[in-house]
Design a protein around this ligand. Structure first.
Ligand SMILES: C[S@@+](CC[C@H](N)C(=O)[O-])C[C@H]1O[C@@H](n2cnc3c(N)ncnc32)[C@H](O)[C@@H]1O
Length: 299
């Protein structure tokens, strides 16, 4: 029997195979590739190295300082948490990591943004796929990942460097880790590093926050960019954001993958109207959905 965390993914992918509307363009290529969850021989070493990192984190005797950003953060108010517990509660698990890897392998993005680095597991899958794309002749792809807890960000940077990725601000590096609250880092980072072809929103799992971040990002998304929103299952706080974004005749092409919601950015929608729609939806979501009381671990 598959691990429980894989079941929503399998259900989402089964729905895709049963003929749910596919996403257009590169986003559709990514989704079709991600849906197989299969690895090609050339991809196995990179994914095996990430599996080995997972094993070390599961058994880690270390602790790390976290910062409580509410829902979606690394956890409670405790300034220090066991690394093994942070991994278990907050890191992207292997099946969803494989899904992210497949998205990048299929889409061949050059600009990827992640909100919420944590221990760097999602980033590891995204960066591994960028590296393989480049090795096969695709243009240099870069991941920018944002994290509010400095010690977590440093740990993640170390993990990514040990997996063989150049980590730093230089454009030649594959990964840049930006430290600070999203409210402070997202706007300047998006302006400096965008446009992005793929965005993974996996931190601060509150509906109003997600909508506000998307409004900030909108001018910095490439045509046909794919936005992946974590935690959109029914009953989760971010579900209200997903509902607001996917409702109505002008809604962008979207696909619900069981835990992740995938949206294709449509530049043809008038920017001002879309931004004010997002602001309106953010206000409504903030009124209707109280934040989750505890962290939203997503392993
Ligand atoms: C669920 S974890 C991210 C998991 C990671 N994306 C992965 O794939 O393994 C969420 C992370 O976002 C960070 N975070 C949450 N809210 C934040 C905020 N408002 N500003 C900066 N970082 C935030 C937390 O510290 C936490 O490490």
């Amino acid at each position: 029997m598959p691990h429980l965390s894989v079941l929503p993914l399998r259900a989402g992918l089964a729905a895709l195979r049963l003929g749910q509307p596919a996403l257009p363009g590169a986003a559709g290529d990514g989704l079709r590739r991600a849906a197989s969850l299969r690895l090609r021989p050339a991809e196995r070493p990179a994914e095996a190295a990430i599996d080995a990192l997972r094993g070390r984190l599961r058994r880690s005797p270390d602790a790390v300082e976290v910062v409580d950003y509410g829902a979606g953060s690394a956890g409670s108010n405790a300034p220090e948490r066991a690394v093994a517990e942070v991994y278990r509660r907050a890191a992207t698990g292997p099946a969803w990591g494989r899904f992210l890897f497949g998205l990048v392998r299929g889409m061949k993005p050059t600009g990827v943004l992640e909100l919420g680095t944590n221990l760097g597991l999602g980033a590891a899958h995204l960066a591994a796929a960028l590296a393989l794309n480049e090795a096969e002749g695709a243009p240099h792809g870069r991941l920018v990942t944002l994290e509010g807890a400095p010690k977590l960000a440093a740990l993640a940077a170390g993990h990514l460097a040990r997996l063989g990725h150049g980590v730093g601000d230089d454009d030649a590096c594959r990964v840049q880790v930006v430290v600070g609250p999203f409210a402070e880092t997202l706007g300047p980072t998006a302006a400096a590093e965008g446009p992005f072809d793929l965005v993974f929103v996996d931190g601060h799992h509150e509906a109003a926050a997600a909508l506000a971040y998307l409004a900030t990002l909108r001018p910095h998304l490439a045509d046909g960019a794919l936005v992946v929103l974590d935690d959109v299952e029914p009953g989760r706080d971010v579900r209200a954001a997903w509902d607001a974004l996917t409702a109505g005749p002008g809604a962008p092409p979207s696909f619900y993958a069981g835990k992740y919601g995938l949206l294709v950015h449509r530049p043809d929608a008038p920017a001002e109207a879309a931004d004010s729609d997002l602001r309106g939806a953010a206000t409504a979501a903030a009124r209707e959905t109280p934040p989750l009381p505890t962290s939203a671990g997503d392993a």
